[in-house]
Design a binder for this molecule. Structure first.
Ligand code: XIL
Length: 302
């Protein structure tokens, strides 16, 4: 196949990208998106601060633009994200525990309800664990006020809100086997043992020279899959350029393809010129929408 999406589809996978609604008026952006990708993730438009900046007043306009575009092109949509410490409006942090629980569940119900039936996979909880060797939870209003059970509560609420959506836990620095990924692994294992709903784990996969594609990436994806969940590469970008970057991209794709439950790959943007990673050129298309060596490596690996 001659496009990323079609090549991934031949392998029973999707190939997606993060999309920003404010670029949907740019013809080269849209034509690259529509030609190459068959899944989208709204880059910011479904986050709590975007959809519920004021309590119980929901604004879905920007996210709806992305979902409508995706649906008109037959693309899947990943929902990102429901419960996260970042891009969280300040009012959430002021609530006492009982009220926070109500607000969290209402947020999940309203957002998932609005998109019911339209979302392939939801990142229900994002980045709940700390970096480093502790394997501990990250401080957040949810963790600090509701305790460890907030993740389970969010997933149970999410299952009821849209039973057809795959429910994912998503995080970064969990791509290889390490203390943080072990902590996520233990969470998933516990959920599966107790029947708490969880269908997938997202591995953000933001790589650079200090944090390269891990040698045990495939093994790590596989051990999660062996727990009985799908795995997805959800926010792939790799800083660098040229052959080194291309080789890393190819290796990341090969790791997913080697794991039968690795159901899809999403890169975190269409073009280098709009990447959130200001320091570099981490994506598959350059600022003029030319295919990079990294693009060719991905297409070849698929
Ligand atoms: C980033 C977006 O790309 C930026 O535009 C925004 O300013 C900050 O968030 N982990 C995630 C994503 O789960 O939502 C983040 O996206 C990147 C890190």
């Amino acid at each position: 196949a001659s496009t990323l999406g079609a090549a991934a589809a031949e392998k029973g996978r999707y190939f997606g990208t993060a999309v920003a609604a404010n670029h949907l008026g740019e013809s080269a952006y849209v034509s690259t998106l529509d030609t190459e990708f068959n899944s989208v993730t709204p880059e910011n438009e479904m986050k709590w601060d975007a959809v519920e900046s004021t309590r119980n007043s929901f604004n879905f306009a920007a996210a709806d633009q992305i979902v409508s575009h995706a649906q008109s092109k037959g693309m899947k949509v990943r929902g990102h994200t429901l419960v996260w410490h970042s891009q969280l409006p300040s009012w959430v942090g002021t609530l006492a525990a009982a009220d926070l629980r109500t607000a969290m569940n209402n947020h999940i119900n309203q957002v998932m309800g609005h998109y019911k039936g339209k979302i392939h996979s939801w990142d229900v909880v994002n980045e709940a664990f700390q970096d480093g060797s502790s394997g501990a939870r990250r401080s957040s209003p949810f963790q600090d006020k509701l305790g460890n059970g907030f993740i389970e509560e969010a997933f149970r609420t999410a299952r009821a809100a849209d039973p057809a959506a795959k429910l994912c836990y998503n995080d970064y620095n969990t791509d290889g086997v390490n203390a943080k990924s072990n902590a996520v692994y233990n969470l998933v294992k516990d959920f599966k043992a107790r029947g708490v709903p969880i269908d997938c784990v997202g591995f953000q996969s933001h790589f650079n020279s200090a944090s390269p594609v891990p040698a045990d990436y495939q093994a790590n994806l596989q051990r999660f899959a062996d727990l009985g969940v799908d795995v997805q590469i959800t926010e792939l970008d790799i800083e660098g350029s040229g052959t080194a970057q291309a080789t890393s991209y190819g290796n990341a794709v090969k790791a997913c393809l080697a794991v039968s439950r690795c159901t899809g790959i999403t890169v975190w943007g269409v073009t280098d010129k709009y990447s959130w990673r200001a320091s570099g050129t981490p994506l598959l298309f350059d600022g003029n929408y030319n295919k990079k060596a990294a693009y060719t490596a991905v297409l070849t690996a698929l």
